[in-house]
Ligand binder design. Structure first.
Ligand code: KIV
Length: 280
């Protein structure tokens, strides 16, 4: 049975911590789902992890839909949330609703995520008003990298801390069922988690949050840059390089493929092949 807003809320109410990972393709989605991850984020971080851009700004709604529907096809149990990319919701609540509607209809996902606090409350209200579950995203919001002057911790200092808490309350008030807190100091994350009824999802925001999220390539040691908050849970990147090298060496040595990996039983007789050899 796939997780829903209700099952996730019940887990939070029972004091259970929730695990979320990003995911962008069918094959990885199957593995993440098999591992029992509660919910998946098809993050616009795919602009960096899958497309090689320096930030998430170039990612389009059409691209999010292609990745999103691949992940949905690979899952049976995890709730799938698809990120709304830069400029697919900031223009007006009507634009936000139209983009969220496309994501839901064309991917089969169970919810959307968008960045921003008080300023985005009308957009969140419009989307949730149409029955679409929304995850907010506050603190360090990568789509605003140009105004933040880089990927930096947010909520530092009294005024900023108050602003992040106000953003969290506004996102809840607008109807979101969860909010991602990115790069927020631990005591502020704990206070926000205490003040909110909805699920807080931390990334660089301490274990005070109800849930955690990581970019899967980061936690598998596959990334070319690893932020401070990332823990590498498996050296899959290294294992992949070793496997690619071993394959290349065997191909060059002529030891792969072995006879048992060929269709030798389907060959014609040596006599007939000798005839063919003479014919052409
Ligand atoms: O796009 C993404 O992957 C995200 C997470 C880092 C929270 O927004």
């Amino acid at each position: 049975m796939r997780n829903t807003v209700a099952t996730l809320a019940a887990k939070k109410a029972a004091g259970e911590k929730l695990a979320q990972l990003t995911c962008y393709d069918y094959t990885t989605a199957r593995l993440v789902d098999q591992a029992g991850i509660d919910f998946i984020l098809v993050g616009d971080s795919l602009g960096m992890t899958m497309q090689g851009y320096n930030d998430t700004l170039p990612v389009t709604l059409d691209e999010m839909i292609v990745y999103g529907r691949s992940v949905v096809r690979g899952t049976q149990n995890a709730m799938v949330i698809v990120d709304m990319p830069f400029m697919s919701y900031q223009i007006s609540p009507a634009q936000a609703l139209e983009s969220a509607g496309r994501i839901m209809k064309e991917t089969g996902a169970q919810g959307v995520k968008l960045e921003g606090g008080r300023d985005m409350a009308p957009a969140i209200k419009a989307i949730t008003g149409a029955g679409i579950p929304v995850v907010g995203h506050i603190g360090m919001t990568p789509q605003s990298v140009n105004t933040m002057g880089g990927f930096k911790v947010q909520g530092k200092g009294e005024q900023n801390a108050k602003r992040v808490l106000e953003d969290a309350l506004a996102v809840q008030e607008a109807g979101a069922f969860a909010v991602t807190l990115e790069c927020v100091p631990p005591k502020l994350a704990a206070l926000i988690t205490k003040k909110l009824d909805i699920i807080t999802i931390g990334i660089g925001a301490s274990n005070a949050c109800d849930a955690q999220v990581l970019v899967y390539q980061d936690m598998l040691g596959m990334s070319d840059r690893t932020p401070k908050f990332v823990k590498v849970f498996g050296n899959v990147g290294e294992q992949m390089v070793n496997a690619f090298k071993a394959y290349s060496e065997e191909v060059k040595a002529g030891t792969f493929p072995e006879v048992e990996r060929t269709y030798a039983k389907s060959d014609c007789s040596d006599e007939y092949l000798a005839q063919l050899d003479k014919m052409f």
